[in-house]
Design a protein around this ligand. Structure first.
Ligand SMILES: NC(=O)c1ccc[n+]([C@@H]2O[C@H](COP(=O)([O-])OP(=O)(O)OC[C@H]3O[C@@H](n4cnc5c(N)ncnc54)[C@H](O)[C@@H]3O)[C@@H](O)[C@H]2O)c1
Length: 450
């Protein structure tokens, strides 16, 4: 799908006109390309006195590959502030002291990253209040930033300081182009130590399944996981077999035409994985459908179809992957990853989508309930909640509703399938064992459900 308005306002006369008329001018977001350094320029790192992460963050940022800037352009690519030392509201002033003089010089598509402590782990009420305050700060900064810049709050549990690299890399890099104003929690990692030998190919030697891989977001998830080194089993309904085979061939994986709602879908998938790959490391539940109608006009078939594909099939297949099979072990190996595709509809609700929003909210419940028990086997369970993503699904929305959906976020544009895929790849990474039971909105900081 082409966003013609964004194209127009990035051209000389279009940009001039939009500026004169006070119309929004969506930035061309920088996205990751293989070989592109994590940092697009200099990064300023500081922290409040007594912070646990200021030194580790300085060391980490210094170790990350960075692009050379032409000439004397010293505008920071990112501003990183460790706020874990702030244990009282009077000390929140340190945020102002750090960001106020610098925020306006942030480079286009720059990053604001604030690091704090989960408020529920604070030592007393004052510290909890101060740490919770960071959320309001970051969400507001995200709304103020211009030119494609984004803001992130990382809440790092005490003891999890060594587990932040994968998340800091994601937040600082172009991989998180369409994620802003979100809170990510990092806890002590579950399962085997998982720092990737090569951060460019963290999934080397791993097997992934992507459902709904014949097109749209699923197709790009398959490409992205394959780029990161995984062997990808591409799954979609038999009616999409030709498209599915083409995707599987392109990503060097294999195609499994299968309806996830079939009674034996779990058995068929497990048999395929055992026979061809021995086991599974990453399960991406991406297949999903909409059958929109307002509730009074919605027949039971629409309700059933959406709930069965989007939620019941995910529950059933996941149960099967986590249960021991004939070998005595579950097919999803220790250190495995499960990622579900929820939606902003599941968070904010949407007219005409009682069925869809129920299914997508149900996925959030599933992720949160499974995460603690799956962690006992080193498995993480997370979800992405995409906002407006440019796909066939959103191309079918009537023009004016589509245009409103596209612009009602801090970045004033729709996201691309690759933005969802990058978030899934970050959850899937062996380095992300500290990220469990979470829902990441990939929505450009949508005004809905904010
Ligand atoms: N596009 C967006 O803006 C957006 C926003 C939020 C969430 N999502 C979610 O992202 C996921 C992908 O969306 P998309 O826009 O790429 O949709 P899409 O319709 O382009 O692709 C979905 C794929 O899932 C497959 N599928 C449907 N039912 C299936 C079944 N029973 N078994 C196996 N495969 C099945 C379809 O054949 C299709 O290839 C969905 O879960 C959707 O709800 C999309």
């Amino acid at each position: 799908m082409v966003d013609r308005y964004r194209k127009l306002t990035s051209s000389g006369p279009g940009a001039f006109l939009a500026k004169r008329l006070g119309l929004p001018r969506p930035e061309n977001l920088e996205r990751h390309r293989p070989g592109r350094p994590v940092l697009s320029g200099p990064v300023v790192v500081d922290g409040a006195d007594g912070g646990r992460l200021t030194e580790p963050l300085r060391e980490l940022v210094a170790s990350l590959p960075s692009a050379e800037r032409a000439g004397a352009d010293e505008s920071p690519a990112a501003l990183v502030f460790d706020a874990t030392g702030i244990n009282d509201s009077t000390r929140l002033r340190a945020l102002h002291a750090f960001f106020h003089p610098r925020v306006r010089s942030l480079a286009p598509c720059g990053r604001v990253v604030v690091v704090g402590t989960p408020p529920e782990l604070a030592r007393d009420a004052r510290e909890a209040a101060a740490q919770h305050a960071l959320e309001g700060f970051v969400r507001s900064v995200g709304k103020e930033l211009r030119r494609g810049a984004t803001a992130h709050l990382l809440l790092v549990a005490p003891g999890a300081e060594g587990a932040v690299e994968s998340t800091v890399r994601f937040a600082l890099s172009a991989r998180s182009a369409y994620v802003s104003g979100q809170v990510v929690r990092v806890a002590e990692p579950v399962g085997p130590a998982g720092v990737p030998a090569d951060w460019e190919r963290p999934l080397d030697g791993r097997v992934a399944v992507v459902t709904g891989a014949a097109r749209g977001i699923g197709e790009v998830v398959a490409e992205t996981l394959a780029r990161d080194g995984a062997t990808v089993v591409c799954l979609d309904v038999p009616g999409q077999a030709a498209e599915l085979r083409a995707v599987a061939e392109r990503v060097g994986g294999d195609a499994l035409p299968l309806d996830v709602t079939a009674a034996d879908a779990g058995d068929t998938l497990v048999a395929h994985l055992r026979e061809r790959h021995g086991g599974l490391d990453v399960m991406v539940h991406n297949a999903g459908i909409t059958r929109d109608k307002t509730l009074g006009r919605m027949d039971a078939d629409r309700w059933d179809a959406v709930l069965s594909v989007n939620l019941t099939a995910v529950e059933r297949v996941t149960e099967r992957l986590l249960a021991p099979d004939d070998s005595g072990e579950p097919v999803l190996r220790e250190g495995g990853r499960i990622v579900c595709t929820s939606s902003m509809s599941g968070i904010a609700g949407n007219v005409g989508q009682t069925n869809y929003a129920a299914s997508k909210a149900g996925l959030i419940g599933l992720v949160q309930a499974l995460a603690p028990t799956a962690a006992e086997r080193g498995i993480t369970v997370n979800a992405v909640a995409p906002g407006f993503i440019e796909t066939r699904m959103t191309a079918a929305i009537p023009l004016f509703v589509r245009e409103a959906g596209r612009r009602m976020n801090s970045l004033r544009q729709g996201g691309l399938p690759v933005d969802v895929a990058e978030a899934i790849a970050w959850f899937a990474s062996p380095g992300s064992g500290g990220v469990n039971g979470q829902v990441l909105r990939v929505c450009g900081q949508s005004l809905l459900g904010a």
